[in-house]
Unconditional design. Structure first.
Length: 145
């Protein structure tokens, strides 16, 4: 099993087809789900799946399907199209995760990107936060050139 960070190949094609409407304030519902180190996620992943997603229990502080992301900006920086999301948190968290999947819930779970945390991240009765990088052509989490 492996998680490999990537903007998914299917997402790039689907942008050209007009399947995704990602805008600040309006547009599709974009979500982020967390996965264990047993997951296989990479550029070829096309759909959100519950396989090896963090378990949903009363104790974990995690709900299946993940959380809705707030799109802060979508536009160009130089010759790069980028999408910026607000940071996302899970309070009362008690879980271990290895990566995340950003997907379009409005478009039947079509995948946008895979995030690899590079190692297991464990939180015990605290807050788990994903801090997205600055929205620039060099640093944004989602860049298309």
């Amino acid at each position: 099993m492996a998680i490999t960070q990537a903007v998914c190949t299917s997402f790039k094609k689907e942008l050209a087809e007009g399947r995704h409407h990602i805008k600040s304030g309006v547009g599709d519902t974009i979500k982020i789900a967390l996965y264990t180190n047993e997951a296989t996620l990479n550029a070829d992943t096309t759909l959100y799946s519950i396989d090896n997603e963090i378990p949903t229990t009363v104790d974990t502080g995690y709900v299946g399907g993940g959380k809705v992301l707030t799109v802060l900006d979508a536009g160009y920086d130089k010759d790069v199209y980028l999408i910026d999301f607000d940071d996302v948190t899970w309070g009362g968290a008690k879980f271990t995760c290895r990566g995340a999947l950003i997907y379009n819930d409005t478009a039947a779970g079509r995948v946008i990107a895979v995030i690899d945390f590079k190692k297991d991240q464990t939180v015990t009765d605290g807050t788990f936060t994903i801090k997205f990088p600055a929205a620039t052509a060099k640093d944004s989490i989602l860049r298309i050139k």
